[in-house]
Design a protein around this ligand. Structure first.
Ligand code: NDP
Length: 287
């Protein structure tokens, strides 16, 4: 926001539940301020069963667009008139654009965030160079697997506690993805180019994921999509083994850039330390 809010202020936001601890308003408003736009980015928390009513009411350019997070990513796909290939393959949307003609366009830029984070924190990483392993079978895992298939990973292996769910994800993302039970993780890790934790294990603080990361090759890149804490026990284990690691905060920031561009038609301004702002906010919350 550049100053006081006026009748001309452009509005965009993020919808989720819960949403109070989203870092997206911090990131987007820092870029808006630096760009000098008359715009504001706010958080919305519609009731769990009312997302489609909420989104329908925004048709016609009331707001520029919405990022969408848990638990509304599948519902977001359902309200859209036009669905991009990335959202189609991921089976979920994390970005809705409200066009002036009243239509809604759905996209999924989580995959761009994932690949952007890998490129930023593991320079030289090439998704085509070998098998990718995704842990989990929820929306995040499906999005990650879809992005890796689209980026040309020669093989995608889905490892999940509930194997039946891994099979559903493997079947839906194409590219010959294979499902593995969690007790066969060492076999899935063998020869991996990249290993991505897309489970929610450890978020409650009492059930961190303990897996045989030593079965990955020394050159494997290991990433955790969870970013609270920034360095998760999973990433600590990977670092102790000497693997290159990538954190989930970088993914969040890297998906925010294409979202900003979709809202305002230009990329975010350079030179804003949004990562530093986010880390300071995460530290304040954990203290
Ligand atoms: P879901 O709830 O849809 O899926 C959770 C997955 O985690 C399931 O596959 C579940 O297995 C697995 N799981 C949960 N607990 C355990 C455990 N103790 N041991 C083994 N597996 C477990 O969540 P999402 O897919 O939506 O999100 C997953 C994570 O990704 C979240 O932490 C989310 O914050 C993060 N995320 C980060 C983003 C970023 O930009 N950094 C973007 C999107 C998501 P099962 O099927 O057996 O129940």
């Amino acid at each position: 926001m550049t100053g006081s809010i006026t009748g001309a202020t452009a509005v965009a936001g993020v919808a989720g539940s819960p949403i109070a601890h989203s870092l997206s308003p911090l990131i987007q408003n820092a870029w808006i301020r630096a760009a000098g736009f008359d715009a504001v980015y706010v958080a919305f928390s519609p009731p769990a069963d009312r997302f489609s009513h909420f989104a329908e009411g925004l048709r016609g350019g009331t707001i520029r667009g919405l990022n969408v997070t848990l638990p509304f990513k599948e519902a977001a796909l359902g309200v859209a008139d036009k669905v991009g290939e990335r959202a189609e393959l991921a089976g979920a949307a994390n970005l809705l654009i409200f066009n002036e003609d009243g239509s809604i366009t759905a996209d999924n830029v989580d995959g761009l965030g994932l690949l952007g984070a890998l490129a930023a924190q593991a320079p030289g990483f090439d998704p085509k160079a070998g098998p990718a392993v995704v842990l989990g079978a929820g929306g995040a895992a499906r999005g990650a697997a879809a992005a890796l298939v689209m980026a040309g990973a020669p093989e995608v292996r889905i490892v999940n506690r509930t194997q039946a769910r891994a099979e559903v994800v493997a079947g839906s993302v194409g590219g010959g993805a294979q499902a593995y039970p969690q007790d066969a993780a060492a076999r899935a890790f063998d020869g991996a180019n990249v290993l991505i934790n897309a489970t929610s294990a450890g978020i409650a603080g009492d059930d961190a994921l303990i897996l045989p990361l030593e079965a990955t090759p020394a050159g494997a890149v290991i990433m955790d999509m969870t970013y609270k804490p920034l360095v998760t026990p999973f990433l600590e284990q990977a670092r102790r083994l000497g693997r290159r690691t990538v954190d989930g905060l970088e993914m969040l920031i890297r998906q925010a850039g294409p979202s900003f561009e979709a809202f305002y038609g230009r990329p975010p301004p350079a030179g804003v330390d949004v990562r530093g702002l986010c880390i300071a906010r995460l530290e304040a919350w954990s203290s």
